[in-house]
Write a protein that binds this ligand. Structure first.
Ligand code: FAD
Length: 349
């Protein structure tokens, strides 16, 4: 028997803490419930929203259809040859708790991705990344319920088409797959990935001359994140609000004449990646407030719910930031969170 809540409050189910409601809300605590959920009269394949921790979503308005909160749990060891382990986690597991669990077993690979909010099932959706590591590097396969075929199937890493903050689950096949579990290939021997920012320095300080472990790197990542990013339990946000834009090299050459300090990173296709936070900061927008929404005072890439922001406040602020950056740098910033409901986003252009 599936419990369907009408006009459900979503404020505690999105990390922006926006006061929005779902027309209907159900909680999936076991994959076996999927057929029953799909048989509900409220279920519509096109409009259903599969919700994890709500940390990469911007609800622009009430959600006018069914929301299914993914809360299935379970972690199991699938293979272990003494060097490499394969571990499977259910989609509804808390991402950070899962990372900590793997580290406690002595398995490394996910340490740089510590403290990212959300669920295991959402991690492949945007191929979460932080401190020089993307989750795709540890994913062996993703188990999905295929809504076309109405059956469970495994997609291997290649089939997931991972790219920067991107995967098949966002494009092309969007809406076809519900992720129910993810298999990770982790290592019993630790190879540190410390090339990003000040991670090497912070990790060395923590190690104090001892041999560096994956848990120490995770601790260093948590320490840096806590300094730089607002805790969504205290100050609502969706983390980085804009993707780092990838632009033609010719535009960077032009911009460098005027902004010699412009950070730019060559890409394999000849284009250049820019730092969205730097561009926003140069527009003088740190701390800028519109209604209850604001650009974070220390991290320009993060929009926050400063004072009971409405969804309209955040949308207006995001559009304002995009406009300022476009006017000054001729660069169009693309939001990282998913804007919902989709129809409203399209209408907004
Ligand atoms: C403070 C903060 C810091 C952050 N830092 C980072 C960071 O460093 N790196 C990074 O990459 N991201 C970061 N994020 C973004 C976010 O945490 C991740 O994208 C996370 O993976 C989202 O998980 P979620 O469970 O909250 O997904 P949700 O926000 O609930 O959903 C996101 C999308 O995934 C879909 N989805 C969710 N679960 C499933 C499923 N089981 N099957 C199919 N589709 C599903 C949803 O429909 C939606 O389209 C940060 C967010 C915050 C608030």
């Amino acid at each position: 028997m599936i419990d369907v809540i009408e006009h459900a409050d979503l404020q505690s189910l999105n990390t922006f803490a926006l006061p929005v409601r779902a027309r209907w809300l159900v909680t999936l605590s076991d994959t076996a419930q999927l057929p029953d959920i799909m048989a509900l009269p409220q279920f519509d394949r096109q409009s259903v929203l599969w919700l994890g921790g709500g940390s990469n979503i911007l609800f622009c308005a009430d959600y006018p259809a069914l929301v299914v909160r993914m809360a299935n749990r379970g972690i199991r060891l699938v293979a272990d040859d003494g060097v490499r382990v394969v571990v499977e986690a259910a989609a509804g597991e808390c991402w950070h708790e899962f990372v900590q669990y793997t580290l406690a077993q002595g398995w490394s690979g996910l340490e740089n991705l510590s403290l990212i909010p959300g669920t295991v099932g959402a991690a492949p959706v945007q191929n979460i990344g932080a401190y020089g590591v993307e989750v795709q590097s540890c994913i062996e396969a993703v188990q999905c319920f295929d809504l076309d075929e109405r059956q469970l199937r495994w997609l291997n890493r290649d089939e997931c088409c991972f790219a920067y903050r991107d995967s098949i689950f966002k494009h092309g096949e969007q809406g076809r797959y519900v992720i129910v579990a993810v298999r990770f290939a982790l290592s019993r021997s630790f190879t540190p990935q410390l090339h990003y920012g000040d991670l090497a320095q912070v990790a060395a300080e923590l190690a104090r001359g001892q041999t560096l472990t994956a848990s120490m790197v995770a601790q260093a990542v948590c320490h840096i994140r806590q300094q730089k990013l607002p805790d969504p339990r205290v100050l609502g946000s969706a983390g980085s609000f804009f993707k780092n834009p990838v632009v033609p090299a010719a535009l960077v050459t032009t911009l460098l004449n005027q902004y010699p300090a412009l950070p730019h990173y060559p890409q394999s296709d000849g284009q250049m990646k820019l730092a969205a936070g730097w561009l926003i900061d140069q527009c003088g927008l740190k701390g800028y407030q519109l209604g209850g929404a604001a650009v974070h005072e220390r991290q320009a890439l993060v929009l926050v719910n400063k004072n009971q922001a409405s969804a309209a406040d955040v949308v207006a602020l995001a559009r304002y930031v995009q406009g300022c950056v476009a006017q000054r740098f001729q660069v169009q910033l693309e939001p990282e969170p998913v804007w919902l409901p989709q129809t409203l986003m399209l209408a907004a252009g």
